[in-house]
Ligand binder design. Structure first.
Ligand SMILES: Cc1cc2nc3c(=O)[nH]c(=O)nc-3n(C[C@H](O)[C@H](O)[C@H](O)COP(=O)(O)OP(=O)(O)OC[C@H]3O[C@@H](n4cnc5c(N)ncnc54)[C@H](O)[C@@H]3O)c2cc1C
Length: 281
């Protein structure tokens, strides 16, 4: 029997026009490009005499308030402040950071209480705007368009969710609203029993039927379970489910501060602030 397993992601799609013109944030190379871009904006702002152009260079927009977007946003605000002493003609009160999230809260992947804490922590910083319920219509070079208004920003980063590889969209298999392949708890696709999917390109249901979030901890466990599971699905065999207890989640929203929920021990204990900032995942 032919046996195909699929696993891969990318996160460079935003589902709106111009998304491809924004910076992306997935790989180390993306991070290096973003860092250099931010430093260039600060250098140019330091030498800029036109106030409008200076404001544009000192405005940083992150699209997407999920786990990745929030962590990036927190690090970005801290990084820019940290290097600001190298640019004596840029004042801290000239900086503007905007986080744009379509949903009604940031970090929908975690408890509302922890998400609210992270949002409040970010909002407490000068120059920071966390805008939920704000959908981006399109991105133009140096500009984020939101329905009737726009934000002029020299740095625009797209962190609007992890999307499966474009290859997945070409397959004649059922996908969920995020483009992930619909699979059973055994990770087998219902459409083609010889095709299996895991990781971020698959909507693997947990014991309550909700898909596991796109996290490495789930992808790794699924990868361990699947090779032992799939042969059992062959005639006469009995498939086992990918049922994992989340090993917890941790998110830094500032150097040394964050929000965390433990899970591997099953207690689901939550912490935030400096204790969570010392947590490792
Ligand atoms: C910025 C960022 C931060 C994150 N932080 C965390 C975190 O703190 N904790 C956490 O648990 N998770 C985190 N995640 C999520 C985690 O990275 C993913 O859930 C995990 O990597 C998914 O594993 P995967 O094997 O499905 O996909 P990947 O790790 O993306 O592996 C897929 C591989 O397939 C390759 N590939 C793609 N297309 C093709 C093709 N056509 N042919 C051949 N190969 C191909 C890719 O190059 C890649 O190497 C983060 C993700 C991002 C983007």
């Amino acid at each position: 029997m032919r046996h195909i397993t699929l696993f891969f992601i990318n996160n460079d799609g935003g589902g709106f026009p111009g998304a491809e013109t924004a910076l992306t944030f997935k790989t180390l190379a993306d991070a290096a490009v973003l860092r250099n871009h931010v430093l260039e904006q600060l250098e140019r702002a330091d030498a800029e005499t036109d106030p409008d152009r200076k404001r544009h260079r000192l405005t940083f927009a992150v699209i997407g308030g999920g786990l990745v977007g929030v962590e990036l946003f927190g690090e970005l605000t801290a990084f820019v402040r940290q290097v600001l002493r190298l640019y004596p003609r840029v004042r801290e009160d000239e900086l503007r950071f905007v986080l744009l999230e379509h949903g009604d809260r940031v970090m929908p992947e975690v408890d509302p209480e922890l998400a609210a804490y992270a949002a409040a922590l970010l909002r407490s910083r000068p120059g920071v705007e966390v805008r939920t319920g704000t959908g981006v219509s399109r991105v133009e070079p140096g500009r984020v368009v939101l329905g009737g208004s726009a934000i002029e920003a020299g740095t625009i980063v797209l962190a609007a969710g992890i999307l499966p590889s474009p290859l997945v969209a070409t397959l004649p298999l059922t996908r969920d609203w995020r483009g992930r392949l619909v699979v059973e708890a055994t990770m087998r696709t219902p459409d083609r029993p010889e095709v299996w999917a895991l990781g971020d390109c698959a909507a693997v249901p947990d014991r309550h039927g909700n898909p596991y979030p796109c996290l490495a901890q789930h992808a790794i466990r699924q990868a361990k379970v699947l090779p032992g599971t799939s042969p059992r699905c062959w005639p006469g065999g009995s498939p086992s489910r990918s049922s994992t207890t989340p090993s917890g989640s941790w998110r830094r929203s500032a150097p040394g501060r964050g929000s965390a929920r433990s899970g591997g021990c099953g207690c689901g204990a939550r912490s935030r602030g400096a204790p969570a900032g010392r947590t490792t995942c």
